[in-house]
Design a protein around this ligand. Structure first.
Ligand code: 1CP
Length: 333
């Protein structure tokens, strides 16, 4: 059994596997080279040969326990025929959402548009470099995708004022997102994804009273669906604060915590396997601090099923040498 499966399926505490969110990406010079030759990000995600190369780049350098496919949560709105562009220095910009067009979209056309993503999963699953490692597929959670599809850009500086105005649009869009996310999960799994991670990066934007409606309810459906395919599911509801409440409602196989969560409190309150937590900024300091902080997490979760990861994606300004040091520290623990 792979190290991560031992933690997820057997609650093994003797092994502390490691993978890192955004392990493939801008902090690696070999990624930046491919990226500079491919200015259209969506097109790059739809080139399964290049996406596979990017996915495997960190595995050539570091002894990680999983490959996460190089793709994006915004491939879903792209598959639903909403225009998605990535503007340098700004981030994603989405076109107007036309629900009438989306409502007539069928599964076959959606899958055809995203076919390269599923081919990519297959290439990664069958690579020599992922032997005894897991291939991780992923989706954005319905709430986080709703945010991008309605807000039409990153909500970094807040949601647009009229975001919740058209309740009918919100409800219908959520239902469509949920329907096609199941399709997207199914095809990733059929092509070799052995774990699904659900990224709810903007869960922290909501008031507590709105969590059941927009975060718990839609996530429960996806978690149950993924489990029905016999595939473990890890949820990352970033910024949520009430992780215990989330776990009791959504019931993922493992919970990924962000850098604001107190790991000791998590240990006290959470019974399922835990992943992540360490602040990605620690990788911008020095080796001594990095080792100390990584060990703090490993010590706290010594007797708990735990997968080492960060509390959000690795930052673009990270020195790959620090990443190497982190992976070795965890492996030698
Ligand atoms: O070169 C570039 O400018 C592209 C930067 C980039 C990369 C490397 C984007 C644009 N997406 C990705 C890949 C990506 N996105 C992965 C790859 C696999 C890996 O982890 O190695 C994954 C898992 C994602 C998921 C993703 N995309 C999330 C959820 C995780 C998170 O970071 O919170 C989100 C919110 C996105 C949207 C997105 N895509 C890209 C950017 C810059 C953003 C965030 C924009 C924002 O701030 O709102």
């Amino acid at each position: 059994m792979t190290p991560i499966y031992k933690v997820l399926k057997n609650n093994d505490t003797a092994i502390k596997p490691i993978w890192i969110m955004r392990q493939a990406g801008r902090y690696l010079p070999e990624f930046r080279k491919i990226r500079s030759e491919n200015p259209n990000f969506i097109r790059l995600c739809l080139n399964e040969v290049l996406s596979a190369e990017i996915t495997l780049q960190p595995l050539r350098r570091f002894d990680l326990d999983a490959a996460i496919i190089f793709s994006d949560i915004l491939m879903l709105p792209y598959g639903l025929n909403q225009k998605v562009e990535f503007k340098k220095g700004i981030g994603p910009i989405l076109g107007d959402l036309n629900l009438d067009n989306v409502l007539i979209l069928n599964e076959i056309d959606f899958v055809e548009k995203l076919r390269p993503v599923y081919k990519l999963v297959n290439l990664i699953k069958n690579s020599e470099l992922t032997k005894n490692k897991n291939t991780i597929g992923f989706v954005g959670a319905p709430w986080t995708l709703l945010v991008y599809m309605i807000n039409q850009k990153s909500p970094k500086s807040g949601l647009r004022k009229d975001f919740f105005k058209d309740k009918n649009l919100i409800d219908k869009t959520l239902k469509i997102i949920e329907k096609f996310l199941k399709v997207h999960i199914k095809y990733q799994v059929e092509n070799g994804a052995q774990i699904i991670q659900i990224f709810d990066s903007w869960a922290g934007l909501l008031n507590e009273k709105d969590l059941p409606n927009y975060v718990y309810e839609p996530s429960i459906n996806l978690v149950e669906y993924t489990k029905s395919l016999n595939i473990p599911v890890i949820c990352f509801p970033k910024g949520i604060k009430k992780y215990k409440d989330y776990c009791e409602n959504v019931k993922p196989d493992a919970i990924c915590i962000d850098y604001e969560a107190d790991p000791k409190e998590i240990l006290r309150n959470i019974k399922i396997p835990v992943q992540g937590g360490m602040d990605p900024k620690i990788l911008l300091t020095d080796k001594e601090k990095l080792k100390k902080e990584a060990k703090r997490y490993l010590d706290i979760f010594k007797d708990h099923p735990y997968i080492f990861n960060l509390g959000h994606g690795v930052l673009p300004e990270t020195d790959p040498e620090m990443m190497d040091y982190l992976v070795k520290t965890v492996k030698n623990y």
